[in-house]
Ligand binder design. Structure first.
Ligand SMILES: [Zn+2]
Length: 615
């Protein structure tokens, strides 16, 4: 593999070296650059596109160092470049930077999730989901994406395997997928030989000024070439957004349209983070066979797999003695509790290292406040505090292990208000209070030794039906005693909205670790509250029963940290604006690394509510 790449690279070298020479000749003397937050290289280096492709690393290419299997998990920032004076030089620069990014990320295997909703036309609500599909896996950034990975075969084979039950799901999801093609414009041949670049204009994306280019494949440059538009930021000349499709498509098939966004999560690199795909035309007279909207999210670029942090912890443990006056031998009950805590800690740690749980953070403070409200008003006094964590995936689910309540990103996104959040958390709190979470088999560390892709086969926190019923009953008691007692109508509305979409959103309601909220198209969770409140009425614009996906939680794709999205209110002007549980395009507010703004641009989707559960 590597050898053939080198041969290709060598061939490219010959053809582009002339252009590189030109670029170098026409460069003005190197200028000091104060733009890149973390320059480490000499500013005198010239941007020679050909060099970026040399197989032999040179001192002027820190990007190469990053791809070596060094123990450090960091990626060295690229060399600083002299400011270009012509658009031709800009093109050379972003081509070089794109190859630098491909190299820098070649050893990474981030988590990739695609959630897709097939659409059908509803006279009142416009295109609404008719069915959905969910794919989760790991993206091997070092592999070439399979160009045969287009809709027909892909969909068919995935559907067939999905029907086989989710034992196979994770495996299937690990295959490179068509939805994630647009992490790069062209992984192998992104150059002037294969493409024409035309400068369009300048444009701001968020806080970042960009140069916009239209890209067309040259005639006879082969199938499946990128066709569309690029946004290139004007300091390091990295591509920050790609929008378009691939062309020409093989016979009897076609490529999706995609809008691909990158975030400046590490110095000097813009990392592929969100891809929105959409097909379908609902105009009068159009009889389109395929209509869908899909969100692809990539995260977990920098998963911590033990290593340095663990060593430090061990050293500290060795040197600390328990000198407290209460240090005593453990009673049998204490031993049992420590054992359970060990199981809980093992699971939380394992799910975090698999890229499925966010590290403890901002969102947990909000969740814990809500749990606290329930505990205080119900006089719940547990021997160990209840903790909360965010599962990074979209399907709507909660589960608990020991005293840790886990809620999925997708579920936090769609909940309309704090009372509904309290309702879903109260069910798990009830499991804890009722002693349903005493399983401790995960206290044995051998049970944590499985590959990340086997997570769903090795971990599971489902309760038996009797425990589910008991937890629901207890949860309603908690809620009626809580500050949320007067707002349970909203919970009822949410459950009604969920019921309305339960059949068409089967994949979103298929849980992977906990009990589902609905089964067989019937909402089962907290059914005692489902008749509460007014009837669901889509035409009432002030009745917000559930939100679109992506409106609440944003995840930093590099370190997996989750935080709440801050969005401004947007007026709902028609029933079509509500979009409960629906997929919308991404429109992250781009910002430079280390800027004054939040380090992660928010993947703000077209959300229609500003109520935060914590407000
Ligand atoms: Zn349960």
């Amino acid at each position: 593999m590597r050898t053939s790449n080198w041969i290709l690279t060598a061939a490219l070298l010959v053809t582009v070296s002339a252009a590189a020479q030109q670029a170098t000749d026409s460069q003005p003397p190197a200028q000091p650059q104060a733009t890149d937050a973390a320059q480490t290289a000499q500013p005198s280096q010239q941007p020679a596109p050909a060099q970026a492709q040399q197989p032999a690393p040179t001192a002027s290419q820190p990007a190469d160092a990053a791809t070596q299997p060094a123990p450090a998990a960091t990626i060295a920032p690229p060399a600083t470049v002299a400011a270009p004076t012509t658009m031709d030089q800009v093109v050379n620069l972003f081509i070089e930077r794109e190859h630098g990014l491909i190299k820098a990320l070649a050893t990474r295997t981030p988590v990739v999730e695609t959630y897709l909703q097939n659409l059908t036309a509803d006279p009142q609500l416009g295109p609404v989901p008719s069915e959905d599909h969910y794919f989760l896996g790991r993206l091997d950034m070092g592999e070439n994406i399979d160009r045969k990975d287009y809709l027909k075969e892909q969909e068919k084979s995935m559907q067939q395997r999905l029907l086989g039950g989710f034992q196979k799901l994770y495996k299937v999801q690990y295959q490179p997928m068509g939805f994630s093609w647009m992490v790069y414009a062209d992984r192998t041949d992104f150059d002037r030989e294969h493409y024409d670049f035309r400068y369009v204009r300048r444009e701001f994306l968020g806080d970042v000024r960009c140069l916009v280019f239209d890209v067309t494949p040259k005639p006879k440059s082969g199938r499946g070439r990128f066709l569309g538009r690029l946004w290139v930021e004007d300091q390091g000349f990295n591509i920050v957004r790609l929008n378009g499709t691939y062309y020409p498509a093989p016979r009897n098939s076609y490529f999706f349209h995609m809008d691909s966004w990158r975030l400046n999560l590490i110095p000097g690199y813009w990392v592929p983070s969100f891809i929105y795909s959409e097909e379908g035309d609902f105009s009068a007279g159009v009889k389109s066979k395929v209509a869908f909207k899909a969100q692809t999210r990539i995260w977990g670029y920098d998963l911590k797999k033990g290593g340095k942090d663990d060593e430090l912890t061990n050293i500290r443990v060795d040197s600390v003695q328990d000198s407290s006056a209460t240090a005593q031998d453990a009673s049998p009950l204490q031993a049992e509790r420590v054992w359970q805590q060990q199981a809980e800690d093992n699971v939380v740690e394992r799910l975090t290292s698999a890229g499925l749980l966010a590290p403890e953070g901002d969102v947990d403070h909000i969740l814990q406040t809500v749990v606290n409200n329930l505990e205080v008003t119900n006089n719940i006094d547990l021997p160990r505090p209840v903790r909360t964590r965010v599962l990074l995936t979209a399907p709507l689910e909660t589960f608990s292990v020991g005293n840790t309540i886990v809620i999925s990103r997708g579920l936090v996104d769609v909940l309309p208000d704090e009372a509904s959040l309290a309702a879903v958390l109260s069910h798990e709190l009830a499991h804890i209070v009722l002693g349903h979470n005493l399983g401790s088999k995960y206290a044995f560390n051998d049970r944590m030794l499985f590959s990340d892709d086997a997570t769903y086969q090795n971990l599971g926190f489902k309760h038996i039906p009797e425990e589910e019923t008991a937890a629901d009953k207890k949860a309603v008691e908690f809620l009626k005693n809580s500050p949320y007692a007067q707002k349970l109508d909203n919970v009822g509305l949410f459950l009604k909205a969920l019921q309305q979409r339960a059949v068409s959103l089967n994949a979103l309601l298929t849980t992977h670790l906990g009990n589902p909220l609905a089964e067989g198209g019937q909402v089962s969770r907290l059914s005692a509250l489902s008749t509460q409140g007014p009837a669901l009425d889509n035409s009432k614009l002030d009745q917000i029963a559930a939100l679109p996906l992506g409106g609440r939680v944003k995840v930093n794709p590099w370190d997996d940290k989750a935080e709440m999205v801050k969005t401004a209110p947007v007026a709902i002007t028609s029933a079509r604006d509500k979009m409960p549980f629906e997929v919308t395009p991404f429109f992250p507010r781009l910002a430079r690394y280390g800027g004054n703004a939040a380090p992660v641009a928010a993947p703000t989707t077209a959300t229609n509510s500003t109520q935060n559960p914590g407000n």
